[in-house]
Design a binder for this molecule. Sequence first.
Ligand SMILES: [Zn+2]
Ligand SMILES: [Zn+2]
Length: 177
Amino acid sequence: MKIDLNKVLEEPFHWEETAAVDAATLGCPELLEVGPVHWRGSVEPTTGGFVLRGRFDYEQTVACPRCMEPTTEPVDGEVGLIVVVERSQPTAGEYELRGDDLNTLVLPGEELDTEPILREQLQLNVPMRLLCREDCQGLCPVCGKNRNHETCGCTEQRSDPRWAALAALRGDLRNEE
Ligand SMILES: [Zn+2]
Ligand SMILES: [Zn+2]
């Protein structure tokens, strides 16, 4: 949503929209899908600039890092920014955040686009490790089957026959004692 800050000077602006975001464009490979994003907020004038407050909620689908199975979870959050207009800014048109106590967004003109702000929030809300369940068994390293759904019997094959011989020998020794 593009907001004309000149109009905000006259009266505070409120928006509410359902945004469709293509997960593939967010640069997070583990993020498979982003549902429609309910995104609303306001922009109001303040001393030397504007205050933006936004809230969002949606569902995201992320690949389980162990078994690659898709997992969907609800996300909601909020964002607050100070917006200032600086025409002398060398990187005109660029989206720039200054990190102080309150994040400041510097714009080269009076047009405020809420889309990059939302996209950044979606990126920040991609979980580092979202397991499909706490005790996810993952994929079998031998045959690649999903161990949550089937047992493949590969673990038995992994035990070395030489160890079995040794165990038998130990058993013999114990019997002689
Ligand atoms: Zn899993
Ligand atoms: Zn296996």
